[in-house]
Design a protein around this ligand. Structure first.
Ligand SMILES: [Zn+2]
Length: 413
């Protein structure tokens, strides 16, 4: 039977019925609803000649053995945030399942093809994203912190994952799954407004942004709002305010998708009758180019020192978290570009602001590429998340063409 993209949309609607409610998708990882979504996927593949396996990190693998052990992987995640959307993560898998069906029905492929349902991409319950893929990639290094995590009901992470047969001490054994991986493909909704603004259904993802997250402490002097003349003030908020505006310029001057966000400022004493003594400011900077990201950070730090001097206050920077940009594979990017042009006429190359399981797989050294399909109004992680049915069907067809090209490429290589 030929590929049937419309069937993927029907399956997505069925999954929404099964695992959503009036507030949206409720497939939070390590819950019964998530388990029922996974059972739904398993049932939809039950008639194919696949090997089915849950690895030590809780990832589900569906393997179609080929003439060679070298494997082309297609991945996604069934888990959602609470009150999430109907497409985030599960489009990847249900489209991948359709592609796997098409390949299986043509007989034994020249290379092995595997569908992977990653466990807990969102980290919605315990605040730790990319659980299963980071274990498989071997980059999970925070087991001691993971052991201490508890959800809102007081259930610990080891207890919650244990109910799904996952032992935290053994999770890294999932690494062996990537030993034979020759390529990794992931289709995902864009979750942003770029493709819609260009009136394009599909795009190739170049990689995921590097991120720098910092806490900036400005220290001045609390003083009476009535008795302190304007030229005698040491106002900590003035530094934070100047920097909040300056980072817009930094992003604009850097370009190529650069984004800078000051997500919060907490002022103390925080009363109407006092000059601000301390302002604690949050900064998030992102870019696909590591050099440009470093320059953006250096420029913000330099300007903060200038503002501190101007305002006669002090400034100190404390790192919260950082990750380097992760660039996808150039050959696969070209194959994906071709697949999209053949399917939709026009392609576009864009970076991804959010992280994805694909970033972990790529970090592990497996050639990786992602394919984005347009998101309506750029909305995601809400029940308003949506994509036109015609675009969903195009995305399935493009993933299928990409899989075909990748199988040929891996076979030849
Ligand atoms: Zn996702």
């Amino acid at each position: 039977m030929a590929l049937d993209p419309a069937r993927v949309v029907t399956r997505l609607q069925e999954l929404r019925e099964l695992t959503g409610d009036e507030n949206g998708a409720q497939r939070v990882a390590w819950t019964e609803t998530w388990a029922s979504a996974r059972a739904f996927l398993a049932a939809s593949l039950a008639d194919l000649p696949l090997e089915v396996e849950r690895d030590p990190a809780g990832n589900d693998w569906y393997t179609l053995r080929g003439a060679s052990d070298r494997a082309v992987l297609i991945g996604g995640h069934l888990d959602s945030v609470p009150n999430g959307g109907w497409l985030d993560g599960c489009l990847n898998l249900l489209a991948g399942a359709e592609v796997l069906r098409r390949i299986a029905e043509e007989g034994t492929p020249p290379v092995t093809v595997r569908l992977v349902d990653w466990a807990d991409e969102e980290g919605a319950r315990f605040g730790r994203s990319l659980f299963g893929s980071s274990a498989a990639a071997g980059s999970m290094a925070d087991q001691d912190e993971l052991r201490k995590l508890v959800d809102r009901d007081g259930v610990s992470l080891p207890e919650a994952v244990g109910a799904f047969g996952v032992d935290l001490d053994r999770a890294l054994e999932a690494r062996s799954q990537l030993a034979t991986a020759a390529a990794y493909l992931e289709l995902h909704i864009e979750q942003g407004p770029v493709l819609e603004s260009m009136s394009l259904p599909l795009g190739v993802v170049l990689g995921t942004f590097g991120v720098e997250r910092w806490r900036i402490r400005w220290t001045g002097q609390a003083a009476h709002a009535g008795s302190t003349p304007m030229d005698r003030r040491r106002d900590a908020l003035a530094g934070a305010a100047k920097l909040a505006l300056a980072i817009r310029e930094i992003a604009r001057e850097t370009g190529d998708g650069a984004v800078c966000t000051s997500g919060g400022v907490v002022c103390r004493p925080g009363i109407v009758t006092s000059v601000v003594e301390t302002a604690e400011q949050l900064l998030d900077q992102r870019h696909l180019d590591a050099t440009k990201l470093a320059a953006m950070l250096a420029r913000a730090q330099e300007l903060s020192r200038q503002f501190a001097e101007e305002e006669k206050i002090e400034v100190a920077w404390e790192k919260i978290w950082a990750i380097e940009p992760i660039l996808f594979d150039e050959t696969l990017i070209d194959l994906c570009d071709e697949a999209i042009r053949e399917t939709a006429g026009t392609s576009h190359r864009l970076p991804s602001g959010p992280l994805h399981d694909a970033a972990e797989v790529s970090r592990a050294g497996v050639p990786t590429v992602m394919l984005f399909v347009q998101s309506l109004r750029g909305l995601s992680h809400t029940k308003l998340e949506d994509t036109l049915q015609a675009h969903l069907e195009l995305s399935v067809a493009a993933l299928d063409r990409l899989a075909d090209r990748t199988v040929a490429h891996v076979t030849g290589g």
